[in-house]
Design a protein around this ligand. Structure first.
Ligand SMILES: NC(=O)c1ccc[n+]([C@@H]2O[C@H](COP(=O)([O-])OP(=O)(O)OC[C@H]3O[C@@H](n4cnc5c(N)ncnc54)[C@H](OP(=O)(O)O)[C@@H]3O)[C@@H](O)[C@H]2O)c1
Length: 333
């Protein structure tokens, strides 16, 4: 049996290109004693991957190594086992990488219950859902009746943040990059309002939505949406610093906000990364599962077929052409 891996072979400047990766196909060796073999079903494409391929060592994970399988999260099925920890047919999730198959030691990937679909694990009960829940609930400390503004609102994290906000009784405005995305937020997901950062006057839109100011701002992108959010914060508001996708390709921020507002309005501004909180995922997924069961949270997947298309597809996150959680289907569930 053959196994295809996509290796990271060089570090990009600007957007990632096919030239930064190489495809390697080998015969699968016999499975070693004490190990289990995973057939990968979906891999997740995340903005953080642009950071992982950079040489920067001052981040929360070391750079993805060159000439090794590209690092990514994913879900798969145990297709062969020579250890007691995994049984053939188990579903597993974690750092699978861009590969058809991987051999794992006990505990390397988490066994996930088969009470949800594999698509649910990619769209909701994975990094996106955990980030949205932890960021809003634990960092943002929201209260019913407060106003919430989320940027990157139609993305996998932002769309769930807004829906959790609605489930908790908040008034929610999202900021996104197309009219289709704004319509989806309001008409399908129940956001109270949505602004298009490419065509709308964000400052006027936020002042009209929240004349008394925003209580919680959830930042995913940086630049103009961040400036507008910060300028419209209520005194003692909380800003959740989740991501800054507008600069991940090496761009310098086109503009930065007037940070004196943090002092004048006595704001709390706090960053977080989910690898610090992996142990809380079961608790988070139980809370998200209850909201999902009540129909309070929807997600959409943008599925790219075939591992060979992963490198090019990653750029959809940076040109905004992804509609929902971006994943690559590697094999059938
Ligand atoms: N802290 C953590 O642990 C953690 C974990 C996961 C994700 N994150 C962060 O959360 C953010 C969202 O991630 P995601 O996985 O949910 O991605 P996503 O929102 O599903 O996809 C990225 C979206 O970002 C928007 N975007 C791209 N370039 C932009 C720019 N220059 N200005 C404004 N918007 C831009 C695009 O939407 P538009 O069409 O609206 O422009 C694009 O669709 C990222 O910053 C990511 O790094 C953080």
């Amino acid at each position: 049996m053959k196994n295809t891996n996509i290796l990271l072979t060089s570090r990009p400047t600007g957007f990632l290109g096919a030239n930064n990766f190489a495809t390697q196909t080998d015969d699968l060796p016999p499975l070693s004693d004490g190990m289990a073999r995973v057939r990968v079903v979906y891999v997740s494409l995340d903005p953080a991957m642009r950071g992982w391929v950079s040489p920067a060592t001052n981040s929360y994970l070391p750079p993805a190594p060159l000439n090794e399988t590209m690092r990514s999260l994913g879900v798969g099925v145990i297709c062969e086992s020579r250890c007691a920890h995994y049984t053939v047919g188990d579903w597993v999730s974690g750092f699978t990488g861009w590969t058809d198959y991987l051999d794992i030691e006990p505990g390397k990937l988490s066994i996930v219950p088969q009470t949800a679909s594999m698509e649910d694990y990619m769209g909701l009960f994975g990094l996106a859902g955990a980030t949205a829940y932890h960021g809003l609930v634990k960092v943002g400390e929201p209260k019913a009746g407060e106003t919430l503004c989320v940027t990157g609102a139609a993305g996998s994290v932002g769309s769930i943040v807004g829906q959790i906000g609605k489930a908790l009784g908040m008034r929610v405005v999202g900021i996104a990059g197309t009219q289709e995305k704004c319509d989806w937020l309001v008409n399908e997901l129940g956001f109270d309002a949505a602004l298009n950062y490419k065509t709308d006057d964000l400052d006027a839109g936020l002042k009209s939505f929240a004349p008394d100011g925003i209580d919680v701002h959830f930042e995913n992108v940086g630049g103009k949406p961040f400036i507008a959010g910060l300028d419209n914060m209520k005194a003692f508001g909380r800003i959740v610093m989740c991501g800054f996708i507008s600069v991940y390709n090496g761009d310098t921020p086109e503009e930065m906000p007037d940070m004196t507002a943090v002092v004048r309005r006595r704001l709390t501004l706090k960053g977080f990364v989910m690898p610090d909180h992996f142990d809380t995922f079961p608790e988070i997924f139980s809370a998200l599962g209850a909201m999902f069961a009540k129909g309070q949270i929807k997600y959409r997947l943008d599925i790219v077929d075939g591992l060979e298309n992963a490198p090019a597809a990653l750029n959809k996150l940076f040109d905004g052409s992804n509609k929902g959680k971006l994943v690559v289907k590697v094999s059938n569930p």
